[in-house]
Each structure stands twice: as C-alpha cells, then as structure tokens.
Design a protein around this ligand. Structure first.
Ligand SMILES: NC(=O)c1ccc[n+]([C@@H]2O[C@H](COP(=O)([O-])OP(=O)(O)OC[C@H]3O[C@@H](n4cnc5c(N)ncnc54)[C@H](OP(=O)(O)O)[C@@H]3O)[C@@H](O)[C@H]2O)c1
Length: 400
C-alpha cells in the first residue's frame, strides 16, 4: 500500500521497523535513515529474507532541514515516522512541510539547551500543516500515545464526563545493572530530574522532583513505589478531555535507580551546562550517557513485566463511575519476538500503528493533532492485533 521513511535507528525504531516488516501489505517499502547508517544496514541485513517489505538505508543528519528535504524528495514517502530524538522534531516537521509529506512522532519537541518539553513549538505548525493539506500526528508512542488513545476510548465508550485521570507507568523489569535507563539516557534523565507537576482545576501545580510518592499493586508486577512526574500528555489531555478536573502521571522507580540518580545529580553529572574538559567543551549528561549501558542492549538481560495504563473517574448516566485500562507487557516475550526489551516495544508498536493509520487514511486529516483527537477504535483494535493487548477493570483501587 505505501512507503514510510523512518528517521532514527535506536531502541524504539528497531521495534517499529520489525513491526512494519510484519505488516508488508501496508509497509511495502521502508527507508531507514539515521545519523549512523551502519545501524540501519545491520537491521536491513537481519530483516531481509524474513519479510516482503523492501528496505532501503540512508545516512541523514535530521538536524539539517535541507538534508531531510533531499532525502524525502529522493524517495517520496507517504509518511515520515520520526524516531530520532525530540531535538529533531521541528527540523523534520519543516522538511515535511516543504515536501507536503505526513509526519508522525512519539515525543514532543525539546530544545537541546533547556530541559523543558512543551507542545507549543509543534502546535504552532497547525495552520501551516492544515494549509499544506498534510497531517502531523504527535506523540504516537505509549505515554504519550496509547495513554491518549485510552483516554479517548474511555471518553467515547464509558463516560459522559471524565473528571480525574491518573496515568500509571510501571516498569517491573530487572536488567541486573545497578543503574541503566530503559530509553535514551539523556532524554530519560532530563525528564526525571525536572520538577514534577500535575493539572488541577485549570492550572498547573508544580512539585519538587520525586516529591509525591505512592505505592500501587500492579497486575502482573506486584507492589511498587511510584512518583509523580510532569509528562507531556498531561498538556494535550487537559485541552482535549471535556470536564477534566485533574490529571496526574506516576512512574515507578526502584531504590537503586533513585540512589544512583541522586548521586549523579549531586556531583553534577546530570547537568546540561557545558564544561571545559581537557581542552574541549563537554556536556556532563552527554558524557554520562556515553558510559551508561545502551538501552538497546538491555533486551537479552531484562526480565519481568511492564504495566502502563490510566485510571479514570467521572460520571455516566448521572452516576459516578471508575474505569482502569492497562497493558501488561513481558520483557522476555518482546525480546524473543523482536530482540528488544518492553520499553522499546511498548513505544515502537504504537509508533508503527500511528504511521499505518495515517498512511491508510484512517487517521489522516490536515493539521497538527494529538492521538486523542482521533477515533480511538481502530487504534485500540490494532493494539490487540499487533502485540499490546489491553485489559479493563471496572472497580480499580484508586490512587489517593
Ligand atoms: N512516547 C513514548 O512512550 C516514548 C517512550 C520512550 C521513548 N520515546 C521517544 O522515542 C525516541 C527514540 O528513543 P530511543 O530510546 O529509541 O532513542 P535512541 O536509542 O537513542 O535512538 C535515537 C536514534 O536517533 C538517531 N539520531 C539522533 N540524532 C540524530 C540526527 N540528528 N539525525 C539523524 N538521526 C539521529 C540516533 O542515531 P545514533 O545511532 O547515531 O545515535 C539513534 O539511532 C525519543 O524521541 C524518545 O523520547 C517515546
């Protein structure tokens, strides 16, 4: 049916690429383009012969709009799936505009020199994308991504009004290292060392990093400590879910992770301010990334499960209602299927689904959109089909 250009070839992209190759009738051709072409070539060699999808590889610096435009013009894809880093979102969107090509990503733009992610930079493209007749689908990973689809599904099928959403992201996996991050260490550490915040009664309430802690008993995992974080889908869901009074996001962290993180922070290793070292400028956090295990290498050694989902409270037919929808994903099962751990898997599968729905026109409308602004049903069906089945609980334990 079509052609997809995938930018980036890290942990998440590797899963999305495997999944595209399982769906050759939709992804007839894929172009793998990244900063380090050898990673694209290695994946192509691994997958060729196992799929009918035709695979091409290219080197690209996605920070450079002209290079991206030239690449898009060379292959003329139906959609560009951005699985590089949040820093590249705007340059890739610019190239999509210049070539009138649809755009999908999994993380919102973040300026490299300020640890702050916000949708305002990408939402500013709404009119331009609309006028160009092309669609940008933002945040088609798990969180953001599936959490937005779960919210749209709850809104459509279960509530007249949703008042409270708690998003719970639990990684019950164990990789055996004292400290490693499950996706890009730089992006991950910037996220968790920032102040937390939640949305309540029309305004943001800010907290200190890790200030709010709760314990929750997760299906498939067991009891875990979780901490309130700021997270990007809070911003779009606050706009798109009618009647919403409060949205919070919690993520689980083990004690060893927190101790190592605190120590790194205390000695300045998580700073993004450049320092002089042996006659050159280095960013401490980028140096830390270089010495930490590559998240893409965690697959073989990670055991256990993830459980990510949303608890909704609201009203239906004049009565109070609660509803929990979540996915449980097994690290080793993912590794056996696509050679990656569950964090990359739970992001790469929805990225493929988003690109598929935009490419086949199911979710395509001109403009810049977050996932919850589309009909959730085709996405929900695809989650069951492509490896992320969901569970429902109509009487969940609530988070106080
Ligand atoms: N929504 C969600 O649920 C969710 C969850 C996890 C991650 N994410 C997002 O998913 C994205 C990928 O994460 P990941 O863990 O796969 O990261 P990763 O393993 O570090 O992979 C990033 C890839 O992008 C490439 N890249 C970086 N800068 C580039 C540039 N200027 N031009 C071309 N390619 C470039 C890297 O190339 P090299 O190989 O040369 O380094 C690497 O292949 C990130 O944006 C992350 O925030 C979203």
């Amino acid at each position: 049916m079509g052609k997809c250009l995938i930018v980036g070839c890290g942990g998440v992209a590797s899963v999305a690429i495997h999944k595209c190759c399982q769906s050759s009738e939709v992804f007839e051709e894929i172009i793998l383009a990244s900063r380090t072409k050898s990673k694209c070539d290695a994946l192509k060699s691994k997958l060729e012969g196992t799929t009918k999808t035709q695979i091409y590889t290219e080197q690209v610096d996605a920070d450079n709009v002209d290079e991206m435009v030239a690449l898009i013009e060379k292959y003329n894809p139906d959609v560009v799936l951005n699985l590089a880093l949040p820093y590249q979102d705007l340059t890739i969107m610019e190239a999509c505009l210049a070539t009138k090509t649809h755009y999908v990503d999994t993380a919102n733009y973040e300026p490299p020199d300020t640890a702050k992610f916000e949708y305002k930079w990408q939402w500013a493209y709404r009119e331009k994308f609309s006028e160009a007749g092309i669609c940008a689908l933002l945040g088609s990973g798990f969180d953001p991504g599936v959490t937005g689809v779960f919210s749209a599904y709850a809104q459509k099928h279960h509530f007249d009004e949703i008042h409270y959403i708690d998003i719970l992201d639990c990684n019950g996996g164990d990789h055996g290292y004292p400290f490693a991050t499950n996706f890009n260490p730089e992006i991950n550490i910037r996220e968790v060392t920032a102040n937390g915040s939640y949305w309540e009664n029309g305004r943001w309430v800010e907290t200190k990093p890790m200030e709010i802690k709760r314990e929750y008993d997760f299906a498939g995992v067991g009891k875990r400590d979780m901490y309130l974080l700021h997270h990007e889908e809070l911003e779009s869901l606050a706009n798109n879910i009618k009647g919403i009074k409060r949205i919070r996001f919690f993520m689980t962290f083990g004690q060893s992770y927190l101790t190592h993180l605190k120590c790194s922070e205390n000695v300045g290793m998580t700073s993004i301010e450049p320092i002089e070292f042996n006659g050159q400028q280095i960013v401490p956090l980028q140096f830390l990334k270089a010495v930490l295990p590559d998240p893409a290498s965690l697959g073989p050694r990670t055991v256990g499960k993830t459980n990510i989902g949303c608890i909704f409270q609201g009203v239906k037919d004049g009565k109070k209602k609660t509803y929990y929808i979540y996915n449980v994903c097994d690290h080793q099962k993912c590794y056996k299927e696509v050679g990656s751990q569950a964090i990359s898997y739970t992001t790469g599968v929805p990225a493929m689904i988003g690109a598929m729905l935009v490419m086949n026109g199911t979710w395509s409308k001109p403009g810049v959109w977050n996932v919850e602004e589309f009909d959730p049903d085709p996405f929900m069906e695809a989650l069951n089909k492509w490896g992320l089945p969901w569970n429902e609980d109509f009487n969940p334990v609530l988070v106080d």
